[in-house]
Design a protein around this ligand. Structure first.
Ligand code: PEP
Length: 274
């Protein structure tokens, strides 16, 4: 499976002109890169024109959806609408939605079930809020394990094995997200421990095949300088970026760093000839 890089633009940029510029600068730079999967998740309002300009190298995703397909839900967007406009993915359970819109694991579970009927793939975000669950020696105390395990199990309640091929889990410790007050940078070991815990939970809930094949991303202050450190970890299949995704030069540097890292020896030889 190709490594995955997801850029969540959140509520940025402020105008369509800037969104066009951001998209075009990214597209121009990463066009032709085929050994990784790049997914951009702009605000809903920019999806239409971006989907008309995007190429097969860049996939699109939404940042949220409602749990019904159509009807009296003022201000909401359905999974079928996202699919219709050209999206292949949707982010669910981002910590900003959990915090600002009181999205619970139960609500996220309802949304997951709705999305699974629409042929979109889900990027499910989970992650603990505080790093206090580390003791003073910096070791995980187990409390985080409990929070993470419960989030994963509640969000995936009644989701059966056959549906798991459409779900990707993004581990995003809230304390490491760049916009969190007093955020601190996580180390690759944090991401690896969480990924092992998530895979163990999947093994217990489903089986070894699901635990191994599940794609797990890391998110939290990832940039072009640290991305390879996170991606080097065996259990990490990609990254979800916020800040780095709305700066075209930083994002393209990040994509190229990962792409370079994952080139096969044969591809590297071909490139070194030029
Ligand atoms: C995020 O908010 O999901 C995120 C990963 O943001 P950042 O990369 O800016 O920390």
């Amino acid at each position: 499976m190709k490594p995955l890089i997801v850029a969540n633009w959140k509520m940025n940029p402020i105008s369509r002109k800037q969104a066009e510029h951001l998209f075009e600068s990214i597209r121009k730079e990463i066009c032709g890169i085929q050994n990784i999967e790049v997914i951009l998740c702009p605000p809903f309002i920019y999806l239409d024109f971006i989907s008309k300009k995007t190429s097969k190298d860049i996939k699109l995703g939404g940042q949220n959806i409602f749990w019904d397909r159509q009807g009296p839900y003022t201000g909401e967007i359905s999974p079928q609408m996202l699919k219709d406009i050209g999206c292949d993915y949707v982010i669910l359970g981002h910590s900003e939605r959990r915090k600002n819109f009181k999205e619970t694991d139960e609500i996220i579970n309802k949304k997951i079930k709705a999305v699974l009927k629409s042929r979109l793939k889900i990027i499910l975000c989970v992650g603990e809020e505080s790093r206090n669950s580390f003791n003073k020696d910096g070791r995980w105390t187990g409390e985080v394990d409990l929070v993470l395990r419960e989030q994963v199990l509640r969000c995936l309640e009644d989701i059966d094995e056959s549906q798991m091929a459409n779900i990707i889990i993004a581990y995003e410790p809230v304390w490491a997200i760049s916009t969190t007050e007093n955020s601190c940078v996580a180390v690759p070991d944090d991401a690896l421990s969480a990924s092992l815990l998530i895979r163990k939970t999947m093994h217990q809930k489903y089986n070894e095949k699901i635990a191994r094949s599940l794609r797990i991303l890391y998110g939290g202050s990832v940039d072009s300088k640290n991305v390879i450190d996170f991606m080097k970890e065996d259990g990490i299949d990609g990254v979800l970026v916020g800040g780095a995704g709305i700066n075209s030069s930083e994002f393209t540097r990040l994509v190229k760093a990962v792409s370079g890292q994952y080139l096969s020896a044969e591809q590297k030889t071909v490139i070194s000839r030029f």
